[in-house]
Design a protein around this ligand. Structure first.
Ligand code: AMP
Length: 204
């Protein structure tokens, strides 16, 4: 299953929740890149922080390593991949895509959300200082007490670039997937969105 949506649409949050309920493995290519170390980290950090996409061959190489792991045998939720038509075509040779969930939110809304987005440095839990889920203390994680930090690419310039990249490069993949695409309104309660996605996935 592929989850598609603007950065800040709630795609990552929903992918995590739905993976937990369905037993599918959750693969976020953004998380894979942020977890890179050594030489690879140096290579990808500058690109990520500017809001551009990293080269397709490098991205595919990293993804291929991840999908070899045993947790992927039951099926996968891809969160953040494919990001352009070439990646979508390459993916077609590797696996069968059953559904594409498009989480739809306006550019203005994602801009607002991303400027408020913080993540726990320790456990990775996500919060928003302007919208839900708000942490009780703006500096501390409700779950584990860890420090809440902003992603380096959540600054106005990089956000604008990511929105433009989404419309130019990522949106065309929706046409490629045709009637596999199911559009879900992402400007609602997190639980209602999750319920809708689960319904869509069970309808097979
Ligand atoms: P995300 O966490 O999905 O918002 O991804 C953060 C950043 O990682 C993106 O802005 C890109 O620079 C990079 N990235 C994530 N997924 C991909 C991909 N499939 N292809 C190229 N770059 C990616």
């Amino acid at each position: 299953v592929v989850f598609v949506g603007l950065a800040g649409s709630g795609k990552g949050t929903q992918a995590k929740l739905v993976a937990k309920e369905t037993g599918l493995a959750h693969i976020s290519t953004g998380d894979l890149l942020r977890g890179a170390t050594g030489e690879l980290k140096e290579q990808v950090d500058e690109v990520i922080n500017s809001g551009r996409l990293i080269p397709n061959d490098l991205m595919l190489h990293i993804l291929n390593e991840r999908i070899q792991k045993p947790d992927c045998r039951a099926g996968i939720i891809l969160d953040g991949f494919p990001r352009n038509l070439e990646q979508a075509k390459l993916l077609d040779h590797q696996m069968q895509i059953s559904k594409v969930v498009e989480i739809s939110v306006s550019d203005d809304e994602v801009m607002k959300r991303m400027l408020g987005r913080v993540t726990c440095k320790e456990c990775g839990a996500g919060y928003n200082l302007h919208t839900a889920p708000k942490p009780a203390d703006s500096k501390k994680c409700d779950e584990c007490g860890g420090e809440l930090v902003r992603r380096k690419d959540d600054n106005p310039e990089a956000i604008r670039k990511r929105i433009a990249t989404y419309h130019e490069d990522t949106e065309p993949i929706l046409k490629h997937y045709g009637d596999k695409v199911v559009k879900v309104n992402g400007k609602r309660d997190i639980n209602d969105i999750k319920k809708d996605i689960l319904k869509v996935l069970k309808s097979d």
